[in-house]
Write a protein that binds this ligand. Structure first.
Ligand code: SF4
Length: 902
């Protein structure tokens, strides 16, 4: 008899297995499995994934991942049978047919924890279970049978969370010059006793220290560009001078990354330099993200009290369990399992974060426990703030508090600063953006649910006290009616727009469809056209929309002035909390006024000559032929100009570092892409070669006989390469359509050989979890697109072959064409491709012991791009058969007829 007498099901690409409550496992057809699941709730792991494998989307059952999220909230598990076995200390299943038995054992093991007095996450479980029972959560009866009511009332989430404390502002940092010997000594201390000395790392740390020297002139920061090949030990290299500077000056260093993987690594490595808490309980190291990453407790409370229904309400209960044990409330890439949201097949997680800037600050009952407020206060006191490029830029541009703006910044993964600046300083007047603004001003309209509140509800006390303020709020509310409302997309499709903004968007849509020649219409992709040669009727609509936006901006400015006046001469009723709330409102008002001004500027120029600083275009965003947004877009031709003014100019010391700053090109490009020229700065430049022996560790194979455009041949090549290497393959695609076609052709066959294949855009699993699964199973392979080219840090045997389907040409968009024209045509393309190749190659060799192949399935690989690969890497043009032999034999590095990088 099994540990728990419940039937279980497991389905993979290789087949499907059912196990009865009496403990007998047998293979089953998909139809039979679906029938069995419909008859009685089955134990299963990751219902959406099993549903995809069975081709039956409505499948549900007793999902062990949901039970795990209840029993061990905020605990990491790889959501696979093997991952579950490891975390529960159960024997790993040898094959697919052993999985149903494991599911029964895991269910028993998890349920048994309810009776364990040492269960660390017990508090709050019983209360949550009562709610889950009301919601008919399938696990509720089984858990109820094992979980006793607590003797004393337990603290529920909102009582359990600690309050943050106000702290005095830190004085400005002391001016210090770091002693080179002290920097080396600090580095030695961080790398630890017995670590082999790395002269390049010592030199790198010495260079990094230069970024912390006092600046000589206002507006001219110390700027260092440091290229450091993989394996130099960059993070400890800059953390050594950063920690020393923070200690000696009393200031804060911001380290900014692009990927979550590096943030996690930094969090780990910073522990060598700083304790987790100081003597006064404050944190010397804080991870900061954009507010849209964190749980908003007010949104959660609303969801728990009826804002969410059905399965979404179950999700809210499980999120509440997590929130009580979370380290920092970070829902995206923090300790909330990435798979939890996808189990519920909806956007519930997003609705629980503070997406729309509706925060009411001190007006919120949870303000003193709010995760976002806590992180923001903690970072003002921290020695080290770990953030991402977008947040650093947003904070520099419109940080609430000048004292919190970063002045010493290390941009790691510096090759991504350009694209982060590109999106941060962009303007987009689209239906989706405009309706958000309408909701922010007006609040709930017919039929909308939730706790959303408009401007007048948020500032009710100001309105009743200050007549001019009240009038400004009423005028803004009236003017916001001109913005798109619910159902705007439908009205556009029916050619029945309402109001000046919808009329403009209708004209945008019609113009885009009329002009598009990209071929994207049939393929279902997004469409775009230049904002040029627009006819008189279009320009007239743009004028009317511009006037409507100005009508809204003016009362918002007036309201801002009134709020300033109230803060300057506070009435009696204005207590500390009220003041904080008005300051919050003033801040969010300011950035909406800027947003409106940017939209008006975009419309202003439509009838006249183009502004050479910007690239403007019209677009219809689509996904699989379904439209989801329509609007006008503006980007800086060179986004490093606003970056220089907003981030560099106020800073004292900035370091931009990466393994690929020069993209196999020259330093001129790296300087161009640092923003230095806009300030007339001559940055310090330094370069450190990777210590890896690429000639022995890696090999690039350019396969010459897979015909372009032949999907069967492409799929065949992928399948055979994965078999030859026995898994451990990262397959990179430039088009989702081809990725799906390849996956569909080979996944079943590979699974039958014990080689699981996962894929972005196919499996209902978030990208972070896919990488966790891939890392955990050396026989697994993973197919994906752009996000995987740079976000995968899988050292060792789990990643031993990278396969690119073709040369990663840039997408020929309007924006790309404009920049290409401005930067020397095909040289500009080459830079982009070299950068992408270098990033992809960088996934392969992460440590001295790594070995692997990098395969490009494209005969048309230009030799001039070979400089993307590290010097010394052997490169061969071979047939697929030869490539298979080399991969299967693990042969790399023999210097026979190889082409060398330039
Ligand atoms: S303070 Fe703002 S973000 Fe925090 S819980 Fe309240 S409403 Fe949400």
């Amino acid at each position: 008899m099994p540990a728990i007498p419940l039937p279980a099901i497991h389905a993979s690409h290789a087949g499907c297995w059912l196990r009865s409550g009496a403990g007998i496992t047998r293979p089953a057809g998909k139809g039979e499995a679906v029938m069995a699941a419909a008859d009685t709730p089955l134990l299963l792991l990751n219902a959406p994934l099993v549903a995809t494998r069975l081709g039956y989307p409505d499948l549900s059952g007793l999902d062990l991942l949901e039970l795990f999220a209840f029993i061990h909230p905020a605990r990491f598990v790889v959501p696979t049978p093997k991952g579950l076995a490891h975390v529960l200390d159960l024997p790993e299943p040898a094959g697919d047919e052993d999985v149903p038995e494991l599911l029964q054992q895991a269910a028993e093991a998890l349920l048994a924890i309810c009776g364990d007095p040492a269960w660390p996450e017990r508090e709050g479980a019983w209360s949550a279970l009562q709610n889950l029972t009301r919601l008919r959560w399938p696990w509720a009866p089984l858990v109820t049978a094992r979980l006793a009511a607590p003797a004393r009332a337990e603290r529920w989430l909102f009582a359990r969370l600690p309050e943050w404390q106000e702290a005095p502002e830190r004085p400005q940092p002391a001016q210090v010059a770091l002693d080179p010997a002290a920097v080396s000594a600090r580095l030695a201390q961080l790398t630890g006793e017995g670590a082999e000395p790395r002269p390049a790392q010592v030199a790198y740390a010495g260079e990094a220290a230069q970024a912390f020297a006092p600046r000589a002139r206002e507006g001219m920061p110390q700027l260092l560009l440091a290229q450091a090949g993989t394996g130099i030990g960059k993070t400890l290299g800059y953390l050594a001078p950063a920690s020393l500077w923070a200690e000696q000056s009393g200031g804060t260093v911001w380290v900014s990354t692009y990927t979550k993987a590096l943030q996690r690594q930094l969090r780990r490595e910073s522990r060598r330099a700083w304790a987790s808490t100081r003597a006064d309980g404050s944190q010397p190291v804080v991870v900061r993200k954009g507010r849209e990453n964190y749980l908003c407790l007010l949104n959660l409370e609303d969801a728990l009290q009826g804002g969410f229904a059905g399965r979404a309400a179950v999700l809210a209960q499980l999120v509440a369990r997590w929130a009580a044990y979370s380290q920092d409330g970070d829902m995206i890439g923090g300790d909330l399992p990435g798979w939890l949201g996808t189990l519920f097949r909806q956007r519930g997680i997003k609705a629980l974060t503070d997406q729309r800037g509706e925060c009411v600050y001190a007006g919120c009952p949870h303000y003193r426990k709010c995760f976002i407020e806590r992180a923001s206060r903690a970072s003002a006191q921290a020695d080290l703030v770990i953030a991402n490029h977008a947040l650093v830029m947003v904070n520099a541009a419109r940080g609430r508090d000048a004292a919190q703006r970063p002045t010493r910044i290390v941009f790691d993964e510096g090759h991504h600063v350009f694209e982060a600046a590109d999106s941060t300083f962009a303007a987009a007047l689209t239906g989706a953006e405009a309706i958000e603004l309408r909701r922010w001003v007006i609040g709930p309209e017919r039929g909308s649910k939730g706790r959303r509140r408009g401007l007048s509800a948020r500032l009710a006390d100001v309105a009743s006290y200050d007549e001019a303020g009240s009038k400004a709020i009423a005028a803004a509310r009236y003017a916001a009616e001109a913005l798109p409302g619910d159902g705007w997309l439908q009205r556009l499709a029916e050619n029945a727009p309402s109001g000046p903004l919808e009329e403009l968007l209708g004209a945008v849509r019609a113009t885009v469809y009329a002009r598009d020649e990209s071929g994207g219409q049939d393929a279902g992709y997004g469409l775009e056209t230049e904002a040029a040669q627009l006819d008189g009727a279009f320009v007239e609509r743009a004028g009317a929309a511009q006037a409507a936006l100005a009508e809204l901006r003016v009362p918002l400015i007036r309201l801002g002035v009134r709020l300033e006046a109230i803060l300057a001469d506070p009435p009696d009723w204005l207590d500390g909390a009220g003041r904080a709330r008005i300051e919050g409102a003033r801040h969010s008002l300011a950035w909406r006024i800027d947003l409106l001004a940017a939209w008006e500027a975009l419309l202003e120029r439509l009838g006249g000559p183009a502004d050479p600083e910007f690239v403007d275009w019209l677009a219809v965003e689509r996904s699989e032929a379904r439209e989801f947004d329509v609007g006008l877009h503006r980007r800086w031709l060179d986004p490093m100009k606003p970056f220089a003014r907003t981030v560099l100019e106020p800073a004292h010391g900035v370091m931009i570092t990466s393994a690929t700053l020069t993209n196999g090109g020259d330093w001129d490009t790296a300087v161009d892409r640092s923003g230095a020229r806009a300030l007339g700065l001559a940055p310090r430049q330094s370069s450190f070669d990777s210590p890896f022996d690429y000639a022995q560790q890696a090999e690039v194979l350019i396969v010459t006989d897979v015909a372009k455009g032949d999907i069967s041949a492409l799929a065949g090549a992928y399948g055979r390469l994965i078999e030859a290497s026995g898994g451990g393959v990262l397959g990179l695609f430039t088009a989702i359509r081809r990725l799906r076609a390849v996956h569909g052709r080979i996944a079943d066959r590979l699974a039958r050989s014990g080689l699981p294949l996962y894929a972005q855009h196919v499996d209902p699993i978030d990208t972070g979890t896919l990488v966790d699964i891939f890392r955990d199973d050396p026989r697994a392979s993973l197919l994906g697109t752009d996000a995987l080219r740079d976000g995968v840090d899988v050292p060792g045997h789990s990643l031993r072959l990278v396969v690119m389907e073709q040369v990663p040409w840039p997408k020929p968009s309007i924006l790309h064409r404009a920049r290409r024209l401005a930067h020397g045509g095909s040289d500009y393309d080459d830079q982009i491709i070299r950068a992408r190749l270098a990033q992809a190659f960088g996934r392969l060799i992460r440590s001295r012991d790594d070995h692997g192949h990098f395969v490009v399935l494209s005969a048309a690989f230009p030799s001039r791009l070979l400089s993307a690969f590290p010097a010394g890497t052997p490169i061969r043009r071979v047939t697929l058969d030869e490539a298979l032999q080399r991969v299967a034999g693990g042969v790399s590095g023999a210097p026979v007829q190889s082409e060398s990088p330039a």
